[in-house]
Design a protein around this ligand. Structure first.
Ligand code: NAG
Ligand code: NAG
Length: 473
């Protein structure tokens, strides 16, 4: 189960976010993206794109772990071989690499491409055609100064240190002068994020696009909608509805990638969440989860559902009204869906604690009737969970072998304790399993302590087990 390759294990905000690059890093990235685009299959689609100029909007960017990683400004370089290898977000691709989208795994992959083939690709591009550079990664100011530098034919900084770096750059990437010539020849066109999204939606919405083109359009779109203002712009021209309707497709891949885009667009973005509810997204997501579909589709759809429900009590109410809990129950009781089961339980745990926190917060701030709290009070989640057998379902998941799955299940058992106490107490299987786990983690915690670790993971797990056993006595 740990071999699960989905990039979205949970439904917290996930992204492949924008970040600033130092000028050198940026030129590197431009060089690499340049190649990246040239080596893509369809030269007609290229666009040199420019991120939206905005300082206030920058502060609205969703904060995510991935963003923090990229913000360190360290540009990670991908080392291509003659085999296809998966690319990680933010990795720079050296010149001459061939990049493709793997439809099975959803990953971008790259490998070495022979130089003459690369040059031929370049010749295939005509003047005025666009170049797709992944510019969400720099500000427009960065981009302008980079282009200015290219125009002047300016060399990079020439201190000793930089010379060494430059030599390294030349080794890995094409010389800047060569790049500049290419840019001139291509008569590069600058495109805004909005224009790109319109182009991608048009491509996806067009009946003359092939399945592969549609999936590629969704895949690219997902990158843009991580940015909050981009996701909101998607509303302005009806793009969100087009993606929501994509959930109706008969093609599993279209459903999967539409859900992938929606999950990113909903994430911590109330305006988009509200529109999605109005656009019928919740029903469509539940229909997919309730019907027979490939596991990969259900994974992404569950991710989109999480994103839609989190921090949005109105959607949670609708979810309960539409029978969402029954749908999830059926889902976790299917065969071979343990991966999904743990995610479902985690979602339920998140929803239970979210409501608790809203109530605690209102108490602390002495705010007796904030609108949001009123909304949370109408989410009757716990009674629904008990009535529909979630106390037992959660208990059974404790049998999963992975530590992190057990951790999630233990957390959830704790959160459901007040609701499920009677059932838990009457369940001899639960006490037996907890006792078994207690012994197992006792041993692991002892090893941790011997290693000098005093707040270790296994000690923590042991602590939750011991607390549960005490409560159930
Ligand atoms: C998508 O296609 C439909 C039917 O061809 C059309 O009515 C609609 O306006 C299109 N939507 C967008 C946002 O392009
Ligand atoms: C999508 O499918 C649902 C039923 O699953 C149907 O009610 C709805 O009208 C369909 N919408 C579109 C845009 O085809």
């Amino acid at each position: 189960m740990n071999s699960d390759s989905s990039p979205y294990p949970d439904c917290g905000p996930q992204s492949l976010p924008p970040s600033r690059m130092a000028p050198l890093g940026m030129l590197l990235l431009m060089a690499s993206c340049f190649t990246f685009c040239l080596s893509r299959e369809n030269p007609k689609e290229f666009a040199l794109t420019k991120p939206k100029k905005s300082s206030t909007k920058e502060t609205e960017r969703k904060e995510t772990k991935a963003e923090e990683e990229l913000d360190t400004g360290v540009l990670e370089v991908f080392h291509p071989t003659h085999e296809w290898q998966a690319l990680r977000p933010g990795q720079a691709v050296p010149a001459g690499s061939h990049v493709r989208l793997n439809l099975q795994t959803g990953a971008r992959e790259a490998k070495l491409q022979y130089k003459d083939k690369f040059q031929n690709n370049l010749k295939g591009l005509k003047k005025g055609k666009r170049l797709d550079i992944n510019t969400n990664t720099y500000t427009s100011q960065d981009l302008k100064s980079a282009l200015a530098k290219l125009k002047e034919g300016a060399e990079m900084e020439s201190s000793k240190e930089d010379k060494a770096r430059q030599a390294e750059v030349k080794r890995l990437f094409r010389p800047i002068e060569e790049l500049k010539k290419d840019f001139d020849e291509l008569n590069v066109v600058i495109e805004t994020d909005m224009q790109i999204m319109v182009r991608l939606i048009t491509k996806f919405n067009s009946s003359s696009s092939s399945l592969e083109e549609k999936i590629a359009a969704l895949f690219d779109l997902e990158y843009y909608v991580h940015q909050m203002d981009n996701a909101q712009d998607l509303l302005s021209f009806g793009g969100l509805q087009v993606v929501i309707n994509g959930l109706n497709s008969t093609e599993p891949l279209v459903k999967e990638y539409a859900a992938f885009v929606l999950g990113a667009a909903f994430s911590s973005n109330p305006k988009v969440q509200v529109e999605a509810i109005e656009g019928g997204a919740l029903q469509k997501l539940l229909v997919i989860l309730a019907t027979e579909q490939p596991l990969t589709v259900k994974k992404k759809v569950l991710f989109a559902l999480c994103s839609l429900l989190r921090h949005f009590p109105y959607a949670q109410q609708q979810f309960l009204k539409l029978g969402g809990l029954q749908v999830l129950r059926t889902l976790v009781q299917e065969k071979d869906t343990e991966v999904l089961a743990v995610r479902v339980v985690t979602l339920l745990y998140d929803l239970v604690t979210e409501k608790m926190f809203a109530e605690e917060e209102a108490e602390l701030t002495q705010d007796t009737s904030p609108e949001k709290l009123q909304q949370y009070r109408q989410v009757h989640l716990l009674p629904g969970l008990r009535e529909q057998g979630w106390c037992e379902i959660t208990t059974h998941l404790l049998a999963l072998p992975e530590h992190d799955a057990r951790e999630k299940v233990l957390q959830t058992l704790g959160a459901l304790l007040a609701t499920c106490r009677d059932q838990y107490r009457q369940d001899p299987e639960l006490s037996r399993m907890l006792a078994g786990l207690q012994a197992e983690y006792q041993a692991l915690a002892t090893l941790e302590l011997q290693d000098g670790e005093h707040e270790g993971y296994f000690q923590e797990l042991l602590g939750s087990i011991t607390r549960l056993l005490k409560e159930l006595r």
